[in-house]
Structure formats: structure tokens, C-alpha cells
Design a protein around this ligand. Structure first.
Ligand SMILES: C[S@@+](CC[C@H](N)C(=O)[O-])C[C@H]1O[C@@H](n2cnc3c(N)ncnc32)[C@H](O)[C@@H]1O
Length: 394
């Protein structure tokens, strides 16, 4: 049985029917599969041939595929009452599956189960910050045993479901971050644009794959940052140290006469984050894949929430969001559909991670860290105080 909305619209349900349709239209099987699997609307001569052979019109095909362009949307708006009479009120299906609490801490509650079920029981407009790192649909098996299972259409339907449900949980002024591959975040952005205000597409410079032939080398993850309403309730500026040569501590850029104008509290964080190291050190690594760096969560949570605020992450994994929330004294709600023992163990050894977070905090909101300060001083590079001295001696 072949899946996908194009095949469904064309009445193609097996390989033989697909081959026959390919022969009739002169469009290769692989191209038809591409249109179907990637949810791309065919255009030009491919569209003409599909329409002739399916006896559909372009509008019918668009409606069947749910790929509405602005002209169709305008017609729907004009005819809203008649369309409503046909389809009636659509109720979101509510799930009744059970999830269960596995442990609680001073600040949080950890559940095991499907986040879609838990979301139904969280009060609307009660959450200050949502951070979500969903499965990437790469067709791989998680340590949890959960498969990254879905074809593209299924993945996007599922994505729209959890994203829109999460939106209801956010307080006015609350922030919503989604970590994903750029490809999926283009879709997630189009869902979020319907409900929230866009703030940033943050590119986090982490290499995650080998170079691919005929492609640019994929070197960043996308972190979407949206807010409910016009502006965030909380935006705590984060500053980072000046980028310097790792070996000698020298300047990487020429700051000319501007050195003394640089804020001693550090450089304003931009929307390109190049200073997030992947989790490698075994001391901090809690599972083989998909564990986000503590530094990433420390930054997001410090930036978009305050002590006592409520943080929700629907996809627990190894529990990075929950550990950081706990250490930073944010209330949190967590859930993981697979094994939660990694998260539990992580909380039993929270001390190591506290030290790491403390270290991260010591090294932000400063122009130079203690370590780079020492290196620069040893190698004769300027520091804010030496610049001042030089000016006073003039
Ligand atoms: C990309 S990982 C999250 C990693 C996490 N951010 C960390 O730093 O460890 C996604 C996780 O979501 C879990 N998951 C997938 N579908 C889920 C669902 N419907 N409800 C709850 N958890 C789910 C998977 O088992 C996987 O552990």
C-alpha cells in the first residue's frame, strides 16, 4: 500500500498503478515519488500531464493535497459561511492514553508517556517558556526504542499537532523555542507564524553530518524563537566573551580605535551561535545521540525566563532541559515516551552538572574569561584595564 497525499489524490495505491501512471504521463516513477514523499506541488509540464491523465483541475488537485495558494485562500475566505455549512465545527481529537509520573524534584515533575496526552492536562496559558527538540524524522531508532518513524506527510501532520497544542499552553508574553534541522524548521516556522510572533531564526554552528556530494556542508542547526503576543515578558540580555585566537589569546579581528568602546560585560549575543560545543566529554555525556549541550539550554533558559517561571519541554530525551531548569531554579514539566532511567540517573548526579553550569555562568557576561585574560596578559595583548592605563598616561 503506497502512502502520501499525491498518490491518494491520483488513486494510486500500489507499485503497478504507479508504474502505469508514470508510463501514461511520461513522468518517471522516481519523480512522482519525489512529489508525493516531499509534498512538493508539481508545476509546468509535469502538472499539465498529471492533470490531463487524472482528469483533475489544478484547483481540485491543490484542494486534495491541502496545498492552498493565496487565490484559493481568498476564495475560502469569501465563501466562509457556505464552507462552514458543509464541514461544520471541527473538534480537535482528544487523546485518552495514560501517562504516569516517574519522579518529582524541588522544581519539577517528570512523566513517562506521550507528550500529546500530557499536554491535554496542562493548564492553558500557564507556561512561561517552551523548549522543544523533537525527533528529526531521520529514520533512525532512538535509544528509547522509539522509531523516527514517519513519512514526510505523517511527520508534518504530527508536528502541526504538537506545535499547535503547545501554543495554547503558553502565557501571553511566553517564549517558544524549537530545535530542529533547518529543513523541518521551515515547516515549523510556517505553523508558528499563524499563532505567534517571530523573533529569531538562530543558527547554531554545529557540524552534524559528513560533507554531502553536490550539497553545501550542513553546519548549523536551526533554533526558532517565537513569542506569544507582541513582546516577550522576559528577555535577559546574554553577553559572550570576545572571540580570540585559541592558541595565543590574540585578537581575531581588528578593533582599531574601538577597543575601549567594547562593553566590559562582553559582546552582545547575535543570532549566530558559534560557541556551543557538542556534547563529547564522557563525564557529561548521558546517551549516545541527540543529547543537547548544557550550554545551549543554560543560554535559552537564562535568556527567556526568570527564577520561579515554568518551563515545559515535550521531548525529554536525556533530560537536558529539566536538569538546567532545576539548577537555574525554574519550575519544569517533563515527559519522555521511552526509557526515563537516564533522566532519573542524571538527577541523582546533579552535582557534576551544577558545577558545569556554574562554570558556564562564570564565563559569560564578561569580555574576557579568567583563562583568556591570563593568556592575553602573558602574551602582551590588550585588556580593558591596560587600555585605560595607556589613556591615563598620555
Ligand atoms: C531529539 S530527542 C530529545 C533530546 C533532548 N533534548 C536531550 O537533550 O537529551 C527526542 C526525544 O523525544 C522522545 N519522543 C518522541 N516522541 C515523543 C512523544 N510523542 N512524547 C514524548 N516523547 C517523545 C524520543 O523518545 C526522544 O528521546
Amino acid at each position: 500500500m503506497l502512502k502520501g497525499s499525491l498518490f491518494h489524490a491520483l488513486g494510486i495505491s500500489d507499485d503497478l498503478q504507479l508504474k502505469t501512471f508514470a508510463n501514461k504521463t511520461g513522468i518517471s516513477v522516481s519523480k512522482l515519488r519525489y512529489y508525493n514523499d516531499s509534498n512538493v506541488f508539481p508545476i509546468n509540464s509535469d502538472l499539465d500531464r498529471i492533470l490531463i491523465n487524472s482528469k483533475l483541475t489544478a484547483t481540485q488537485l491543490r484542494l486534495q493535497l491541502g496545498m492552498l495558494n493565496n487565490s484559493i485562500l481568498a476564495e475560502i475566505q469569501k465563501n466562509a459561511s457556505s464552507i462552514y455549512e458543509i464541514i461544520g465545527e471541527i473538534h480537535e481529537s482528544k487523546s485518552k492514553e495514560k501517562y504516569s509520573k516517574v519522579f518529582e524534584t524541588s522544581y519539577g515533575n517528570m512523566f513517562k508517556g506521550n507528550c500529546l496526552d500530557l499536554i491535554e492536562d496542562i493548564d492553558n496559558e500557564s507556561v512561561d517558556l517552551i523548549f522543544a527538540d523533537p525527533p528529526f524524522n531521520l529514520n533512525k531508532k532512538y535509544e528509547s526504542g522509539i522509531n523516527d518513524f514517519k513519512d514526510e506527510t505523517e511527520y508534518l501532520v504530527w508536528t502541526e499537532n504538537w506545535v499547535s497544542k503547545c501554543v495554547y499552553l503558553l502565557k501571553e508574553g511566553g517564549s517558544f523555542f524549537v530545535w530542529n534541522l533547518p529543513k523541518w524548521n521551515t515547516h515549523i516556522a510556517s505553523i508558528l507564524n499563524k499563532y505567534l510572533t517571530f523573533r529569531h531564526w538562530i543558527s547554531v554552528d554545529i557540524k552534524y553530518s559528513f560533507p554531502i556530494r553536490n550539497r553545501l556542508y550542513p553546519s548549523h542547526y536551526s533554533l526558532l524563537y517565537y513569542v506569544k503576543g507582541e513582546k516577550p515578558n522576559t528577555f535577559n540580555h546574554q553577553r559572550i566573551p570576545l572571540e580570540i585566537c585559541r592558541h595565543c589569546g590574540g585578537d581575531i579581528r581588528d578593533y582599531g580605535g574601538y577597543k575601549d568602546k567594547l562593553n566590559t560585560k562582553g559582546i552582545n549575543l547575535s543570532d549566530i551561535w558559534y560557541d556551543i560545543p557538542p556534547v563529547r566529554h564522557s563525564k557529561y555525556k548521558n546517551r549516545n545521540s541527540n543529547e543537547l549541550p548544557l550550554k545551549l539550554l543554560e543560554r535559552v533558559i537564562s535568556m527567556a525566563s526568570n527564577e520561579g517561571d515554568l518551563v515545559f519541554d515535550p521531548f525529554g530525551g536525556s533530560g537536558t532541559t529539566y536538569i538546567v531548569s532545576e539548577i537555574l531554579k525554574r519550575k519544569w514539566i517533563g515527559i519522555e515516551i521511552g526509557d526515563v532511567s537516564t533522566i532519573q540517573r542524571r538527577f541523582e548526579d546533579i552535582r557534576t552538572q551544577k558545577e558545569y553550569i556554574y562554570d558556564i555562568q562564570q564565563n559569560k557576561n564578561v569580555l574576557f574569561t579568567d583563562r583568556t585574560r591570563k593568556m592575553r596578559s602573558k602574551n602582551g595583548y590588550w585588556l580593558p584595564e591596560t587600555l585605560k592605563k595607556a589613556t591615563n598616561n598620555r
